[in-house]
Write a protein that binds this ligand. Structure first.
Ligand code: FES
Length: 338
């Protein structure tokens, strides 16, 4: 198997057939920097010193034209042809607490959440090991590329993996999941990945902000918070941004958790005023970042934030948190999928 050497021997690992440089490194416990794992964020940029790689997505948005001119590659999109010398900035924070593994999982249940989000429940033979907020790559029968989806539940010995997935119009992966896959079907599941996991040791109040199927990782983080053994004075506020009243979700799941309505709060904002009016919506009508600011007020500067949702929502939240309120980046956790 190809041997990958990083920065003249700072780290070395072998790459199994079918793996990218990134995944092979993480499986070996090497701190290769990454966020999305799908070619979007650019965090895993590096250069090949010697050796040859196959680039599975030469047009990936994670590389700029300048990067391409300089011969840079994305570790998450390249597989080695033989031994490779790689130059790339290692990140101790990226050393995986749980090294990812490939396994087979069986679809055991499908549940409607909204008109376009469903819960898909898979079972694997071995325990489901991951941190709250992490994601998995699913390899679906008949779909060429793997897709990244976040778990909504917590690690467990039953091997249960729960995903909330939103149907993408015309999408081949979600088309397969929603229309073809039936309970009993087997998929490939490679996990865990992701840096936006719950920092259980932080003493700060937690704020989770979700939009769309970003509900899943934020539910996982919230469940991780709710599972702490003792009330420790911290609270968690969960905000959900929906476009229309038909997109609102999350409250039923949160209401089942201990502390709901006490030190665990849930609020929702609907952004499409016309749709809200047409549906007789009596709740808040605004963008979710406006709701967050109005609700938290002066507390905002003291909290730890977890974000998951569409790019526009994340950008607006970063503008609010980082630019306007000067929250340091180490207190804002999200995986950049764009
Ligand atoms: Fe490679 Fe995001 S991790 S581009």
């Amino acid at each position: 198997m190809p041997l990958i050497t990083v920065n003249d021997g700072e780290a070395a690992f072998v790459c199994e057939p079918g793996d990218t440089l990134l995944r092979a490194g993480l499986r070996s416990g090497v701190g290769l920097p990454y966020e999305c794992g799908v070619g979007a964020c650019g965090c895993c940029r590096g250069e090949v010193g010697t050796g040859e790689v196959i680039d599975h997505w030469p047009a990936a948005p994670g590389l700029s034209d300048r990067d391409r001119r300089k011969g840079r590659i994305l570790a998450c999109q390249c597989s080695p042809v033989g031994d490779v010398q790689l130059r790339l900035r290692l990140d101790p924070a990226a050393v995986p607490a749980i090294p990812p593994r490939r396994r087979t999982a069986t679809l055991v249940a499908v549940n409607d959440v909204t008109h376009d989000i469903r819960e898909f429940v898979f079972r694997s033979e071995e325990a489901a090991a991951f941190l709250p907020g992490q994601f998995a790559f699913l390899s679906l029968p008949g779909v060429e590329r793997e897709r990244a989806y976040s778990m909504a539940n917590l690690a467990n010995d039953r091997g249960e993996w729960r995903f909330y997935i939103r149907r993408v119009p015309g999408g081949d992966a979600t088309g397969r999941l929603f229309d073809t896959l039936k309970p009993g079907a087997e998929v490939g599941l490679d996990a865990p990945y992701g840096q936006a996991y719950l920092r259980a040791e932080s003493p700060r109040d937690i704020v989770c902000i979700a939009g769309g199927s970003g509900l899943a990782p934020m539910l996982s983080v919230t469940r991780g918070y709710a599972a702490r053994t003792a009330r420790d004075g911290r609270r968690l506020d969960f905000f959900y941004g929906a476009r229309t009243p038909a997109d609102v979700c999350g409250q039923a799941e949160l209401a089942m958790l201990p502390g709901y309505g006490e030190d665990l709060g849930f609020q929702v904002a609907v952004s499409d005023a016309e749709a809200a009016q047409a549906a007789g919506w009596t709740g808040r009508t605004s963008l979710v970042h406006e709701l967050v600011e109005a609700t938290l007020g002066d507390r905002l500067g003291q909290c730890e934030f977890y974000l998951a949702g569409p790019p526009g929502m994340i950008e607006a939240l970063l503008q609010l948190l980082q630019t306007k309120h000067r929250i340091p980046p180490e207190r804002i956790h999200f995986d950049r999928f764009f």
